[in-house]
Design a protein around this ligand. Structure first.
Ligand SMILES: CC(C)=CCC/C(C)=C/CC/C(C)=C/CC/C(C)=C/[C@@H]1[C@@H](COP(=O)(O)OP(=O)(O)O)[C@]1(C)CC/C=C(\C)CC/C=C(\C)CCC=C(C)C
Length: 388
């Protein structure tokens, strides 16, 4: 491994984080921007600046994450929820609504669905309802009706979200989510932020740097981590702080989204989209034209190696928090971790050709991974969080 590519200092979204290089108290998020173009190694004939690891931009939606965690960690939260007072549905209707969520989840995310089967019934239902809302939100911009997408559509979707949280669902799938948010301490902000991510996606097709990309990844995937932890629960025996566990949840979301981006570079390019930081492409002597020409050059391979390394480092950090979740909730999280790592392995196995090939994890490999993920949920594999 060339020392030119070492990853930079790490900083945490929530401060007081896990692992190496956390921000010292009082350090601003702006200081967490760590790409340093002047740091060019001399130990390799072809030199590249190092990539930033976690360039957390000082954006208000990222600053608000700490408050989301605090609100979601409050004991009184559930009683405060408007949906708690209003969402009273007939149990048969609710059972059917959750059952539809279960079917959708089983159809679209089989491996993840299998992983939920060890969770308590209440948690399973809640995570399926959240999954369905996220999937429907994503379908607005990515699904068959995406051609009809306008900002008014997303505004209406956000209004509908308010109604869900106020116990006034539009349909049965919404009702499942109304019931979920009445039963679990889930804040509305991560849901709003995911919609914001969809807005960003419709407005923007280039990312100047990793900070911009990080914000996008937070919106569309880090938010899933924030929504999921209150459902999955932190193990009563864990001595980790909620902030540290949420940091890991964000890391898993960001890591997963980075993998999605790396897997889909060629496909996105055919839609005129490049989700790779423009400044990093330039640092490696690459540009959009290299992506559109779909030639896997040595420069591209070096660039990809670094992008993969960065995605992996998010998973390494996510592991720490995954082991602090309630034990019956760990399986789907470990499955997701292992599966997305395998996609990175598949990109390597394709010799970094993600321009003309889609990295793929076969069905057999996916199912074989499930018992492996299960062993990681056992106490013998429990990683201790290094910082509380
Ligand atoms: C355990 C687990 C995986 C739970 C999450 C369940 C859930 C609610 C998933 C919603 C996913 C979804 C449909 C999001 C919409 C936006 C989107 C498409 C995001 C991308 C997902 C990948 O889906 P897929 O590969 O099917 O996408 P396409 O085919 O390209 O459309 C994302 C990459 C985001 C996924 C993010 C997560 C799964 C974050 C998971 C984090 C946690 C569950 C927190 C775990 C806690 C700790 C402490 C580690």
């Amino acid at each position: 491994m060339s020392c030119a590519f070492s990853l930079g200092f790490e900083a945490r979204v929530l401060g007081g984080g896990v692992g190496r290089g956390r921000l010292s108290a009082g350090a601003s998020r702006a200081e967490a921007v760590i790409a340093d173009p002047r740091r060019i190694s001399t130990c390799s004939p072809q030199v590249f600046p190092r990539l930033s690891k976690l360039a957390v931009p000082p954006h208000s939606d990222l600053l608000a994450v700490r408050e989301i965690v605090e609100r979601q960690s409050k004991d009184t939260f559930i009683g405060d929820s408007p949906a708690f007072a209003k969402a009273k549905f007939h149990p048969v209707f609710l059972d059917q609504a959750y059952d539809r969520c279960r079917h959708i989840c089983a159809e679209y995310a089989k491996t993840f669905y299998l992983g939920t089967l060890l969770m308590t019934k209440e948690r399973q239902k809640a995570i399926w309802a959240i999954y369905v809302w996220c999937r429907r939100t994503d379908e607005l911009v990515d699904g068959p009706n995406a051609v009809h997408m306008t900002s008014a559509v997303l505004d209406r979707w956000e209004q509908r979200l308010d109604d869900i949280f106020n116990g006034r669902p539009y349909d049965d799938l919404d009702a499942a989510l109304s019931d979920t948010v009445a039963n679990f301490p889930v804040d509305i902000k991560p849901f709003r932020d995911m919609i914001e991510g969809m807005r960003m996606d419709t407005r923007k097709s280039r990312y100047d740097n990793f900070q911009e990309l990080y914000l996008y990844c937070y919106y569309v995937a880090g938010t899933v981590g924030l929504m999921s932890v209150p459902i999955m629960g932190i193990a009563p025996e864990s001595s980790a702080s909620a902030q540290a566990v949420y940091n890991s949840a964000l890391d898993l979301g960001i890591g997963n989204q980075l993998v999605n981006i790396l897997r889909d570079v060629g496909e996105d390019a055919t839609r005129g989209r490049v989700y790779l930081p423009q400044d990093e492409l330039a640092q490696f002597g690459l540009s959009d034209e290299d992506i559109f020409s779909k030639k896997v050059t040595d420069k591209w391979k070096e660039f990809m190696k670094e992008q993969i390394k960065r995605a992996r480092s998010y998973f390494n950090q996510a592991e720490e928090g995954a082991s602090q979740l309630d034990k019956d909730s760990r399986w789907p999280v470990w499955s997701s971790l292992i599966l997305y790592r395998q996609i990175l392995d598949a990109i390597e196995a394709n010799d970094y050709d993600n321009l003309t090939k889609r990295a793929y994890v076969g069905r057999a490999k996916k199912f074989l991974m499930l018992p492996l993920a299960y062993t990681r949920t056992l106490p013998s594999h429990n990683t201790q969080l290094r910082l509380q």
